[in-house]
Write a protein that binds this ligand. Structure first.
Ligand SMILES: NC(=O)c1ccc[n+]([C@@H]2O[C@H](COP(=O)([O-])OP(=O)(O)OC[C@H]3O[C@@H](n4cnc5c(N)ncnc54)[C@H](OP(=O)(O)O)[C@@H]3O)[C@@H](O)[C@H]2O)c1
Length: 300
């Protein structure tokens, strides 16, 4: 009876575009009913679509982002649509103090966390001026990577207690080796280079963290969701969208709820397919250097 209900729910999710073309049978997705998921940067773009899909699968969704009005509205709409429910928590990822407060709020309000999607991000035009976070770090590195490094560490005990759990890092195909001599890009700043450096840092973090975790309990994978989706990040920088946000959401959902990814960790996907990241991600010494640096930068 339960299996039949799951098949019916799955068919309706595929038909309504909630999951994506890779799911073809009930066993292709994990059951999100009664499970809790957090999606950073879900007040717009890719994160919003993913949060709505998780709510439609029955999950309790933690919506996060800067725009409080949109965040509260999206959470209310997810709850009204059911069968899942959602709450909205603000928190500026450009401040490590706010990241710690956000994690503390999640820990105190939710007895379990089964899925963390580190999605929030900023880009910009190549001639934008260099900016710094509240902690004095280059802002793109801080928001896209360092905040998620800290958030993940702060939520790891909760994820481990909720096993099996998953972490999905939304990176990009735009990757550039970390320049350890000037990681904060104080000279020759370019937003596109800062963006690509932060995205490779996310992937290196993914690989390093996977080595420290038991994949039967917590997995961590990274992906490039889709190229130039029709999101505010792309349209706001004057670029022409090349793919839809639904394409990107399909790829994120595969890593987040696809049964085929159970127990598989430390992988990088280009959309729906496993792929190779920039060579520096496979340099164990560079990864360790980034880990040590990040641990130092996020110390209270
Ligand atoms: N768009 C693409 O084609 C593309 C391609 C490859 C990878 N990606 C990656 O996909 C992810 C989502 O991108 P998107 O295109 O959906 O971007 P988007 O529409 O601009 O959404 C970005 C989200 O991040 C939040 N955010 C930004 N700065 C923040 C901060 N300081 N503190 C807290 N939240 C913050 C935003 O919140 P508010 O809206 O409330 O300010 C928003 O919810 C990003 O990591 C991006 O790098 C995108």
């Amino acid at each position: 009876m339960l299996a039949r209900r799951r098949v019916l729910v799955l068919c309706s999710m595929i038909l309504s575009g909630l999951i994506g073309p890779w799911a073809s049978a009930a066993q292709d997705v994990i059951d999100m009913e009664g499970r809790t998921a957090m999606v950073t940067g879900s007040t717009s773009g890719l994160g919003e679509v993913v949060a709505r899909r998780l709510g439609a699968m029955g999950a309790t969704v933690i919506v996060h982002g800067l725009n409080e009005q949109r965040g509260a509205g999206i959470a209310a709409e997810i709850t009204a649509a059911g069968p899942g429910r959602a709450v909205y928590y603000p928190g500026d990822l450009g401040s490590l103090e706010q990241v710690r407060a956000l994690a503390a709020r999640v820990r105190s309000a939710h007895p379990a966390l089964h899925l963390l999607i580190n999605n929030a991000g900023i880009g910009g035009a190549s001639n934008d001026a260099r900016r710094e976070s509240a902690d004095g770090h280059e802002l793109v590195f801080a928001v896209n990577y360092l905040s998620h490094f800290l958030l993940t560490q702060e939520l790891l005990p909760l994820l481990e207690r909720s096993a099996p759990a998953r972490i999905v890092n939304v990176a990009s195909i735009g990757q550039r080796p970390i320049n350890f001599d000037d990681i904060m890009m104080e000279s020759n700043y370019q937003t596109t280079s800062a963006y690509s450096q932060s995205k490779l840092a996310q992937i290196m973090f993914t690989f390093s963290l996977a080595e420290k975790l038991d994949p039967a309990r917590v997995t961590v994978n990274a992906l490039h969701p889709a190229t130039f989706m029709d999101t505010p990040m792309v349209t706001g920088s004057g670029r022409q969208p090349m793919s839809s946000v639904q394409d990107g959401a399909n790829a994120v959902m595969q890593l987040a709820v696809g049964s085929g990814l159970s127990g598989r960790s430390g992988l990088y996907f280009n959309q729906l397919n496993e792929a190779r990241a920039n060579a520096q991600a496979y340099d164990a010494a560079a990864r360790q250097r980034l880990w040590d640096l990040s641990t130092g930068l996020t110390k209270p």
